[in-house]
Design a binder for this molecule. Structure first.
Ligand SMILES: Cc1cc2nc3c(=O)[nH]c(=O)nc-3n(C[C@H](O)[C@H](O)[C@H](O)COP(=O)(O)OP(=O)(O)OC[C@H]3O[C@@H](n4cnc5c(N)ncnc54)[C@H](O)[C@@H]3O)c2cc1C
Length: 433
């Protein structure tokens, strides 16, 4: 029997290390969590981002702004799976499906897609689920101290999270994934129709069975969470540089992080610029198979009372998450790069399906496009740069970056402190493709 979620006390205390200077690139939730763990380990940290989460600033470029807010400790199943493989041709031709592609980008996407397809074999999926499982079991242990430090525990909504299957067929198809989750120690409970109805009376009865992830919780406002983390970082003496990083120059006596109009000198650098990390890595010689899975959200202001917990129909590919601000329907995948504008038809589909599932929902409000930083095998990159061991890569968390941010930060701090890693980092190497 595998252990369930690890509590903070299971992590060995941070070892006393030689104090160094570290430049963290990117103030998404992964960069912020890394910066805080590095401070906890005693390092001097500078954080660079063109649009950090300061009050009054815009943070909408960050995936950490608009996600589905769910700490998804059971999410050990990679996006590429045998089921996806079967459905892929139909999905890619359907511009309204949960997975779509900008066909004009196909040539550029080919290497990524080829690796994605290779990662979808049953053997690969089982291996990847094992790696994700080992990270996810430590996720709360990495996250909880940051919630405490940043005085953000009031943002936690400990409601669990519900998956719903529309038909006996879709539930039967999910069985291999459910078995893998069970193997990884994920706590789940199957709910019958009447149990789902009792929990979520506002949902149309379009479900055959439910799967309740009891340990999951949501963060009521991911922007406020990022702001609290940043405030804590500054209160502890951290420096914020509001600038876009171009590259890192590697000298024998240290690193120079080059921004548009200034430079930051440091002993180490952490590259945590989400989907933009690939371009920065390329500038100093690391070619990483990072792309973006674009995702959208539609807000329904004032409708947060309609559901008691984040609710997801895997076949529609998005969550409906109740928040203080309203109900946020967030998800779907669109392959197609960082430069193309949002496609309205994608948010129209999310809105239409949400209305089908929650017939009494009111008017839709803000829509948002975000860029998940995604590797083809759904595993993040956490480890030293192949070009220079002083640079640590921490990006590529795809669909579960909010969930894995805390433990990623702890792994980064251990690496810079020369401590043995808490998990085997070999499968997370930047040059694994
Ligand atoms: C629709 C949707 C729903 C999601 N739902 C969930 C969920 O429920 N649970 C979950 O765990 N995850 C979820 N995710 C995934 C999660 O949001 C991401 O994995 C996570 O936010 C990635 O964090 P990050 O810090 O790596 O990147 P980001 O949050 O994208 O931050 C990157 C930062 O880098 C900065 N940057 C960019 N270029 C530069 C540069 N040149 N120099 C310096 N800084 C730069 C940007 O300004 C930005 O602030 C979802 C994502 C989407 C899109």
């Amino acid at each position: 029997m595998l252990p369930g979620l690890a509590t903070p006390s299971i992590l060995p205390p941070l070892a006393a290390v030689q104090r160094t200077s570290v430049g963290v690139i990117g103030a998404g939730v992964v960069g912020l969590s890394s910066a805080l763990w590095l401070q906890k380990a005693g390092h001097r940290v500078t954080l660079a981002d063109p649009a950090p989460p300061v009050a009054g600033g815009s943070y909408e470029q960050a995936s950490s702004f608009g996600n589905a807010c769910t700490m998804a400790f059971g999410a050990c199943i990679p996006v590429a799976s045998p089921g996806i493989l079967r459905a892929l041709p139909r999905m890619l031709l359907d511009r309204h499906g949960p997975l779509s592609i900008n066909w004009s980008d196909l040539t550029g996407l080919m290497p990524w897609l080829a690796s994605f397809l290779r990662a979808a074999s049953p053997v690969a999926v089982s291996r990847i689920a094992g790696v994700l499982g080992s990270l996810l079991r430590l996720a709360e242990a990495g996250q909880a101290p940051l919630f405490e430090d940043a005085r953000a525990t009031h943002l936690k909504r400990p409601t669990g999270c519900l998956y719903l299957y529309r038909s006996a067929r879709s539930f039967a198809r999910a069985q291999p994934e459910i078995a893998l989750r069970r193997r990884e120690g994920v706590r789940m409970r199957i709910l019958e129709q009447d149990e789902v109805r009792a929990r979520e009376p506002n949902l149309a009865p379009l479900y055959h069975k439910g799967l309740l992830f009891e340990d999951a919780y949501s963060i009521d406002n991911p922007l406020a969470y990022a702001q609290q983390l940043l405030r804590c970082f500054i209160d502890r003496g951290g420096e914020v540089v509001t600038a876009r990083v171009r590259t890192i120059d590697r000298g024998t006596d240290g690193l120079t992080i080059r921004c548009e109009d200034r430079s930051i000198r440091s002993d180490h650098a952490v590259l945590a610029a989400g989907a933009w990390s690939g371009g920065i890595a390329r500038s100093f010689g690391d070619h990483i198979r990072l792309s973006t899975e674009r995702g959208y959200h539609v807000m329904f202001p004032g409708e947060g009372g309609l559901l008691s917990a984040p609710t997801c129909y895997p076949e529609h590919g998005f969550y409906m998450t109740p928040l203080g601000e309203g109900l946020r329907a967030a998800g779907t995948v669109e392959l197609g790069g960082l430069d193309k504008p949002a496609r309205e038809e994608r948010t129209q589909v999310i809105e239409r399906v949400t209305r089908e599932l929650l017939p009494c929902i009111g008017k839709a409000g803000r829509t948002w496009l975000g860029f998940r930083p995604s590797m083809p095998d759904s595993l993040p990159v956490i480890g030293r740069s192949p070009s220079d061991a002083r640079i640590i890569h921490a990006f590529g968390h795809g669909h579960i970056g909010l969930t894995l941010a805390g433990i990623t930060g702890r792994l980064v701090a251990d690496m810079i402190g020369g401590q043995p890693p808490l998990v085997d980092l070999t499968p997370l190497r930047a040059d694994r493709f």
